[in-house]
Design a protein around this ligand. Structure first.
Ligand code: URA
Length: 196
């Protein structure tokens, strides 16, 4: 897997994975998609039913909201990179266990190495916990910059998962997500000259 020199190589190399029990239950492996040179990378938790059927990340209801969130930031979906902590659907959409997530984590880390994003946005508690070891509640940590210790340090902006936003569709929650996404966008504009 370390030898995979492109996202396509990596996907070909891992798509038959059966390293954890989730592999046996999947319809489709959900590798991730988007601009292989994206400046901004979004990490969700894991595929749900629609994603498992289509083999693409964030294509169900939460994905529709993610698309709108991206649009509000001035991005098309194909200008960013979108992936998940686990690549196979957990039964009944439960949270992946730490063991499942840790088995899958080298894949996510290799994806990050290949894309080399300027900034990462984590969606919900799971990517923050598995990628950075942060276990503080998402309500408390969202909006606060973290650093992923890879490629010299990648800034990470945690925000709520779109599925949570759909469940808690309040002005406060929507304002919080908007402010987090703006912070990520502004950071890119300031540090990379352009947000795209
Ligand atoms: N929720 C996620 O965390 N990821 C997806 O791909 C879809 C829904």
């Amino acid at each position: 897997m370390e030898a995979a020199g492109s996202l396509a190589d990596l996907e070909a190399c891992i798509q038959g994975c059966l390293a954890c029990p989730l592999g046996a239950g999947r319809m489709k492996f959900v590798f991730g998609e988007g601009d292989p040179k994206a400046r901004i990378l979004f990490v969700g938790e894991g595929p749900g039913r629609d994603e498992d059927l289509q083999g693409r990340p964030f294509v169900g209801k939460a994905g529709e909201l993610l698309d709108r969130m991206l649009g509000a930031m001035g991005f098309e979906r194909n200008q960013v990179y979108i992936c998940n902590v686990v690549k196979c659907r957990p039964p009944d959409n439960r949270t992946p266990t730490p063991a499942e997530a840790q088995r899958c984590l080298p894949y996510l880390r290799r994806q990050i190495e290949l894309v080399r994003p300027g900034v990462i946005v984590t969606l919900g508690a799971t990517p923050l916990r598995e990628l950075l070891g942060v276990t503080t509640g998402i309500t408390r940590v969202r909006g606060q910059w973290h650093t992923l210790d890879m490629l010299g340090g990648i800034p990470v902006m945690p925000t709520f998962h779109p599925a949570y936003v759909l469940r808690q569709y309040t002005q406060d929650v929507r304002r919080a997500v908007w402010s987090d996404l703006q912070a990520a966008r502004n950071w890119l504009a300031e540090n990379h000259g352009t947000a795209k």
